[in-house]
Design a protein around this ligand. Structure first.
Ligand code: SAH
Length: 221
């Protein structure tokens, strides 16, 4: 899992270290998330013209009206996923909304098995190639509408959504294992990050913080 990706690309260690320091200041504490964010060369996931801004704490355009999420939100969502009960480590994770593949690459550093789904074909193809070039073999990239999850690979210990649905989907949470966790943005104009936990009794929802994601859309294109 701890694939060394650091040698790839020319953007300096210093720029990445600055990003990690900023994430700490923003409250990210999980050392394995911070280490994974240091390892993954974020600049390779954006257009060359934007590479110099890749480590700033902003979301950036990746074509087709989509964005790469800001580093803070990527770190925060993965940190929330990882905070599972000690007797239920997160092994298999589903991400809905691959985009450029950056968050999937970070997930693949932290968890043994990652599935990610994208509905826009050119984004899917680029992400798949990028993840393959980085030799991240524990990521399975699917070209599909992910709004109903990936039942054939369920149950998942973790589910992460990178696009906002207007309401919390009941179908999706059924794909969580007992002891599993789902982190997702919910809402239209006003969006909040939610944590959904499943235990033997049922589901528990916690509203975490305000966020701004692109909308979850239906169908493939
Ligand atoms: N995970 C990305 C963020 C991508 S933005 C990162 O690392 O920065 C969100 C992505 O979700 C977009 O690429 C969008 O096309 C995709 N998306 C939206 N609705 C979807 C759906 N129903 N199924 C799969 N992907 C979807």
């Amino acid at each position: 899992m701890s694939t060394r990706l650091n040698g790839i690309g020319m953007t300096s260690q210093r720029t990445r270290l600055r990003m990690i320091e900023r994430l700490r200041e923003q409250g990210i504490k999980d050392e394995s998330v911070l280490a994974a964010m240091f390892e993954v060369p974020r600049h390779l996931f954006v257009d060359e013209a934007l590479a110099s801004r890749a480590y700033d704490d902003v979301s950036l355009p990746i074509n087709f009206n989509q964005t790469i999420s800001q580093p803070y939100i990527v770190a925060r969502m993965i940190e929330v996923l990882r905070a599972s009960a000690a007797d239920h480590p997160i092994k298999r994770v589903l991400e809905i909304g691959t985009g450029c593949g950056y968050q999937a690459a970070v997930l693949a550093q932290v968890f043994p098995e990652v599935y990610t789904m994208e509905r826009i074909q050119p984004l899917y193809e680029r992400a798949r190639k990028q993840l393959r070039d980085l030799k991240l073999r524990n990521v399975n990239v699917r070209y599909a509408d992910g709004s109903a999850g990936l039942p054939e690979a369920a149950p998942f210990d973790g589910i992460i959504m990178a696009a906002a649905a207007p309401t919390l989907s009941a179908a999706l949470r059924e794909q969580l294992a007992v002891g599993g966790r789902m982190v997702l943005p919910v809402g239209a104009q006003e969006q909040w990050l939610y944590l959904v936990e499943r235990d033997a009794q049922g589901f528990r929802e916690t509203k975490l913080e305000p966020v701004k994601f692109v909308p979850l859309l239906m169908g493939k294109t």
